[in-house]
Ligand binder design. Structure first.
Ligand SMILES: [Zn+2]
Ligand SMILES: [Zn+2]
Ligand SMILES: [Zn+2]
Length: 333
């Protein structure tokens, strides 16, 4: 029997389709293995191929936009939104629109073309998280921006146009709907129960353990109760905090450690899968301190969204989260 399950945060229903049950080997996998590329603009020595850096971590006082860095942040060469100009809201009768103001930045995670978040050492992954924090804190000073979304496309099948490992940051003049749904759900839970729904999830999942994948002193990785996609994984900080960019340093270190461990488990179990990763944090102007709880979502790209999903907003997931968690717990790294 299939099972309908409701996500406790957003109220979104999913169908866990056990009739179509899929194990890792049943997916048509598209392994991601970066190969050397002499024309890559993100490689060390090619700094002139990108716009000027906004931030870089460098050793030995090397010059900006020159070799000697361990991480660089640059504006996206083909931004979806542009920084210049004033925000102009207008409409055509019924229809709302505004001009394309925003910021679109790229965090180049390593000077090496073949490095990934799964192969970089913990310190380098922590640096990526720290750079995201620094950029969000800087962009927050710009009052045109309501939300900063941090995300990563790993592999062409997950939407990456460049193979060299990088994370993207887009500052938006509106709060995106997926985030709005989570914030609304978390607020409603708070109003009803005076507790954070994510703290409640943490309490239940760590006590139950069937969907627990891995944990350390500060972070917990779980397969959510009502996942949209097979092997969807959330990493939550144990300590309640609404804003990613206000986490203490040791939590980034703990996240870097758990994220590396999780991605290596996925690489073993799912044969180097393409994936999307995103960080959800409270919107800039939302006083969500008590009820929202920042977290990371990782979604391996194993299935395609089809007509049923588009038509209904329901997701059809062929792998139960209990099974996904078991597979990832057992994966050797
Ligand atoms: Zn490269
Ligand atoms: Zn919480
Ligand atoms: Zn989320």
């Amino acid at each position: 029997m299939s099972e309908l399950r409701k996500d406790p945060v957003t109220g979104r229903w999913v169908i866990i389709s056990t009739e179509r049950r899929k194990r890792p080997t049943d997916f048509r996998l598209e392994p991601v293995r970066p190969a050397p590329d002499g024309t890559c603009p993100f490689c060390e020595g090619h700094e002139q191929m990108t716009p000027k850096e906004l931030l870089a971590y460098r050793q030995n006082g090397s010059a900006a936009d020159a070799p000697g860095w361990t991480l660089r942040v640059v504006p996206n060469q083909f931004p979806v939104l542009r920084v210049e100009g004033t925000l102009d809201r207008q409409g055509e009768g019924l229809f709302d629109k505004m001009n394309g103001i925003g910021a679109h930045e790229v965090i180049i995670e390593s000077p090496r073309h073949d490095a990934t978040l799964a192969t970089l050492d913990e310190g380098a992954v922590e640096q990526v998280l720290w750079a995201c924090r620094e950029r969000v804190q800087d962009l927050k000073r710009d009052h045109r921006f309501r939300y900063m979304i941090i995300f990563k496309n790993h592999g062409a099948a997950a939407g990456a146009s460049l193979e060299h490992s990088h994370t993207q940051l887009i500052a938006l003049p509106i709060v995106p709907r997926e985030v709005g749904d989570e914030v609304d759900g978390a607020r409603a839970h708070w109003v009803a129960k005076e507790r954070c729904v994510f703290c409640d999830i943490l309490r239940q999942e760590t006590a139950d353990a069937r969907r627990l994948i891995a944990e350390n002193a500060d972070m917990v990785a779980v397969a959510p109760y009502a996942p949209r996609f097979p092997f969807e994984t959330w990493i939550l900080p144990r300590r309640h905090q609404a804003l990613f960019e206000e986490a203490p340093r040791h939590e980034y270190a703990a996240l870097a450690r758990l994220l590396g461990d999780l991605l290596r488990r996925m690489n073993t179990a799912l044969e180097m899968p393409p994936y999307n990763l995103l960080i959800h944090s409270a919107p800039v102007a939302e006083a969500a301190g008590e009820y929202y709880h920042w977290h990371v979502e990782i979604i391996p790209k194993l299935t395609k969204v089809a007509g049923f999903e588009w038509a209904t907003g329901f997701y059809l997931n062929p792998t139960a989260p209990e099974e996904a968690a078991q597979v990832l717990r057992d994966a050797r790294t």
